[in-house]
Design a protein around this ligand. Structure first.
Ligand code: BG6
Length: 254
């Protein structure tokens, strides 16, 4: 904590907490756009935060992405030996295997000496296939568990970066572009006011469900993500934000 004050990070944390009406903000030093280890430091801070906030039945839902992969990498067993169940927050969102929520969920559980359940749902589902898959008993049971999560840990992405990375179909890409989307989180694309522009159709936690989850932790850093973080936070209530100095310095600017 003393180090933090010397570096001015706690003042950044307080400014952000107030500006975006957040539950808690943690800022790690550096800019993850430039230094890869900064992502790992966000991961480490996130692991501490997850453990501090574990309550009751401890079902932790996670999204995909390189930032969440860093959280998984930094995960360690719980010193209090609580049983933690890790689940993916939503079904397939068009990521490569190492960035998928399922992969990260399994890795996190193994490192935490916890347990995990996976959601095996294809990425681009037709309406008919979607409606029949959510009626499958095994999927139905797991979806109920996912929706009862006590904690959600998610990344935030720049809208264009995510749309490209996911090889989004042309029509959806146009919708995201024409709607001036700047942020993306769990398959939802938001404009700078925090309004939804597009949503990827998949099973799991929907944005409305997030409001019912007691602990929501967003992990995202790098100066290049400042606009995305700002837009997403406009509609996020009482969330915890774990970020870096690179993003934080941009976020307090205007
Ligand atoms: C994706 C999530 O896997 O990762 C997105 O589904 C998130 O919601 C994105 O925005 C963030 O990725 P990264 O690599 O910037 O951490």
């Amino acid at each position: 904590e003393m180090m933090k004050d010397v570096l001015g990070l706690s003042s950044l944390e307080n400014k952000l907490k107030e500006k975006f009406n957040l539950n808690r903000v943690i800022v790690v030093s550096g800019n993850s756009d430039e230094s890869p280890w900064v992502k790992k430091e966000m991961g480490r801070a996130c692991v501490t935060c997850i453990k501090e906030r574990l309550i009751g039945k401890n079902i932790v839902a996670v999204t995909g992405g390189t930032t969440l992969a860093a959280v998984a990498e930094m995960m360690t067993p719980d010193s209090k030996n609580r049983e933690i169940l890790f689940v993916p927050a939503r079904g397939g969102l068009g990521e490569t295997v190492e960035n998928q929520a399922n992969t990260i969920c399994a890795k996190m559980a193994v490192r935490a000496s916890g347990i995990y359940r996976l959601l095996h749902v294809p990425d681009q589902l037709s309406k008919d296939a979607y409606e029949s898959i959510i009626e499958e008993p095994s999927i139905k049971e797991l979806l109920a568990i996912v929706k009862s999560s006590s904690m959600v840990v998610h990344g935030i992405g720049d809208a264009k970066t995510m749309a490209e990375r996911r090889k989004t179909p042309e029509a959806d890409f146009q919708k995201i572009h024409n709607g001036n989307a700047v942020a993306e989180a769990f398959g939802y694309y938001f404009d700078q006011e925090g309004d939804i522009v597009h949503k990827v159709k998949t099973v799991g936690i929907q944005l409305d469900d997030i409001e019912e989850v007691p602990n929501v932790i967003a992990v995202a850093g790098g100066a290049s993500k400042a606009k995305a973080i700002q837009a997403y936070m406009k509609q996020a209530l009482d969330s915890v934000l774990i970020t870096d100095e690179g993003a934080a310095n941009e976020l307090i600017r205007d």
